[in-house]
Design a protein around this ligand. Structure first.
Ligand SMILES: [Zn+2]
Length: 265
């Protein structure tokens, strides 16, 4: 029964997000799958964490749309999240709700789920709010090197504080809605893991993430095969398979590894 309720709620939310241009058609379909499984197999407590991520990231994306105008071409995709982004951000969390369905007595499902969401939430908050930093960001691998705003691998004080806040929100919710009584240590573990995952995301962006170049605009971009201007982009560095969606997935995975190590070691 709960899976049907989950399906109905997921389809309503995905439809509203589609109408609000927060999700593309493929993104709405993917969000319906993710939402149905998380609400259907986890329940309301699990859905609250997912909604906290989904609502705040959509709202922040909308709020700072103007500020990011001109920067958007640097990111591989616009504000409408497609299936790749939905699975990149929510796929790992969905895996942990499945684990919970098989082993409901274990806390691993909940800790992994919360850590995966904390990491992608931290990363999204950092990306959306980082543009408010008064100074251009610095490369995470070489802090003495100033880079253009929106460059993958760039970090700033505002972005890092936003990342910490984004992780802390999921951390607090994770301790509040844990299926078994949890201490506030869980909040700290999830917050720290989320921040670590987000920094790992920047690290990958600065090192091995696939980067392209638009010969028309003479600009570095994540967009491939075509830039916003329509020109075919040229691969300049990084692993070609490691696009933004896989980097988001890795961000969550890194957060999960840290959280499980801290919580169960
Ligand atoms: Zn171009």
């Amino acid at each position: 029964m709960q899976i049907i309720t989950g399906f109905i709620l997921a389809i309503i939310i995905a439809y509203l997000a589609y109408r609000a241009h927060s999700l593309s058609q493929s993104g709405a379909l993917a969000a319906t799958i993710v939402g149905t499984l998380i609400f259907g197999l986890g329940g309301l407590e699990w859905a609250i964490l997912l909604l906290a991520f989904f609502i705040t990231s959509s709202a922040l994306g909308r709020l700072f749309k103007e500020r990011k105008r001109g920067l958007n071409e640097k990111y591989s995709k616009g504000d409408q999240r497609d299936a790749g982004q939905v699975f990149g951000n929510g796929g790992l969390a969905t895996g942990f709700v499945l684990l919970h369905a098989f082993y409901p007595g274990s806390m691993i499902g909940w800790v992994g789920y919360a850590a995966a969401l904390a990491a992608v939430n931290a990363d999204t908050w950092a990306t959306e709010l980082g543009v408010l930093n008064p100074h251009p960001p610095r490369l995470i691998t070489r802090l003495n090197r100033v880079v253009e705003k929106g460059t993958s691998g760039g970090i700033s004080v505002t972005g890092t504080v936003a990342s910490l806040a984004g992780a802390a929100l999921i951390g607090i919710l994770a301790a509040t809605f844990a299926p078994q009584p949890a201490s506030w240590t869980l909040s700290l573990v999830i917050t720290f893991s989320g921040l670590a995952g987000s920094l790992f995301d920047s690290f990958l962006g600065a090192t091995v993430q696939a980067m392209y170049y638009c010969p028309t605009d003479k600009k570095e971009t994540e967009k491939h095969p075509f830039h916003t201007c329509g020109t075919e982009t040229v691969h300049i560095r990084g692993w070609q398979w490691l696009n933004n969606d896989w980097v988001n997935f890795a961000c969550g995975a890194f957060g999960v590894v840290i959280a499980l190590a801290l919580a169960f070691a």
